[in-house]
Ligand binder design. Structure first.
Ligand code: ZN
Length: 390
């Protein structure tokens, strides 16, 4: 596919979403959402708001052409890489843990694999920016971060590939990470609702094929999401760290925090009633783990200096990693502090889009109790470690 065709497709997909939001919730609120495109070789997107909570809502999302171009090329690269893994090798056998060695869903053809990864990834990025806007994170960062002198820029929230610009640290980094995770949470909520609406419509998906198509789309979406996170991470180390620094969370940590939200939502009674899929919790968890494995294999074996897969990068659930639990301590405290203001500013959206931490999860974070050391006992160490909502 030529670059200009990628831009056209992205324009159609995100233009339609913007239009639907304008005809719906933004019209109801007397506000407006616009989408803009920018040139320049940056892998990024940003959200801008008129920022005055008392004024009519003027939100805009800007996406770099380079972002959509790169997402498409990464999706192509990933699919080609997965198809070329030789049978019976060590890498191939890693898939046995997830039940089978099928690396791309057979209900789609090769073109559809790339297209579905692409559409899912750019839609998620769009929803992530929308998440920043819904909760007016520009205002939140100005009020709670330490750079009060930057108030003039409070309206913009930027998401870019790590570029060696100012590296955030301390309070500013914690506020930034917390709002990034909160925008992820809104994005995932939006995404799942849209996905379920799509697969539950018999005009798009035959009822008999619903579970298979849903599983395929969730898998491809998570592949796409992982690729976006790796790109945003830039050249930084992939190993999780307990220190909150920079503007964005580590991509693997971010994935591990995002995954349970998918399991929780798709496993909920409501979603089952709407969509009637047949995946149980374990299958959903396996699906997420397999997608993350595929993306991480591709990234570590083709994009890093060592070109080697390292099993430290296998996702095992946030609870299995004490480092991640420690990392979350200041984030949870900061989110608790900001939440009343976030809810005051939040423009729209269902309650399920607001990031919450359960009591049990909070306790494990505070006391750093990894999976196996809590009430579940050591015998179940490898299963269901992702079942708690962050
Ligand atoms: Zn962001």
């Amino acid at each position: 596919m030529e670059d200009f065709q990628i831009y056209q497709l992205a324009g159609q997909v995100l233009g339609t979403l913007t239009q639907e939001l304008n005809d719906g919730i933004y019209a109801e609120l007397g506000g407006e959402l616009s989408i803009g495109w920018r040139e320049g070789r940056k892998f990024g997107a940003y959200a801008s708001s008129s920022a005055d909570p008392a004024a009519p809502i003027r939100h805009s999302i800007t996406i770099y052409y380079e972002l959509v171009r790169q997402v498409w090329r990464d999706a192509e690269g990933l699919c080609e890489f997965l198809r070329s893994i030789p049978e019976g090798t060590d890498v191939d056998r890693l898939y046995d843990f997830y039940g089978d060695r099928e690396k791309l869903p057979t209900c789609f053809d090769e073109d559809e694999h790339v297209k579905n990864i692409f559409v899912a990834a750019i839609t998620w990025v769009f929803f992530h920016e929308l998440g920043h806007l819904m909760q007016e994170h520009g205002v939140i960062r100005a009020e709670f971060g330490s750079t009060a002198e930057d108030l003039g820029l409070a309206a913009d929230v930027q998401d870019f590939e790590a570029s060696g610009d100012d590296v955030l640290a301390g309070r500013e980094a914690v506020v930034s990470h917390a709002t990034e995770l909160a925008a992820d949470f809104e994005a995932m909520n939006f995404y799942i609702v849209e996905l379920i609406r799509h697969v539950s419509d018999p005009r798009f998906v035959r009822i008999e094929a619903r579970t298979e198509v849903l599983a395929g789309l969730v898998y491809l979406m998570l592949c796409g999401l992982s690729l976006v996170f790796f790109r945003f991470n830039g050249a930084k180390l992939l190993a999780p760290s307990a220190v909150v620094e920079g503007s964005h969370p580590n991509p693997l940590t971010r994935l591990e925090i995002n995954l349970p939200q998918i399991h929780e939502s798709l496993d909920s009674k409501l979603m089952r009633a709407i969509c009637g899929h047949e995946m149980d919790r374990k299958e959903l968890v396996m699906l997420g783990g397999k997608a993350a494995l595929s993306a991480t294999l591709y990234w570590t074996m083709t994009k890093t200096e060592s070109r080697q897969f390292d099993n430290r990068f296998l996702l095992r659930g946030i609870l299995t990693n004490p480092t991640v639990l420690e990392y979350l301590q200041p984030i949870v405290a900061c989110w608790d502090e900001m939440l009343p203001r976030v809810l005051e500013l939040r423009r729209f959206g269902t309650p399920t889009g607001v990031m919450t931490f359960t009591k049990a999860f909070r306790y494990r974070i505070a006391e750093v109790i990894p999976w196996g050391k809590g009430p579940e006992g050591a015998s179940q160490a490898s299963v269901a470690s992702t079942s708690l909502r962050p």
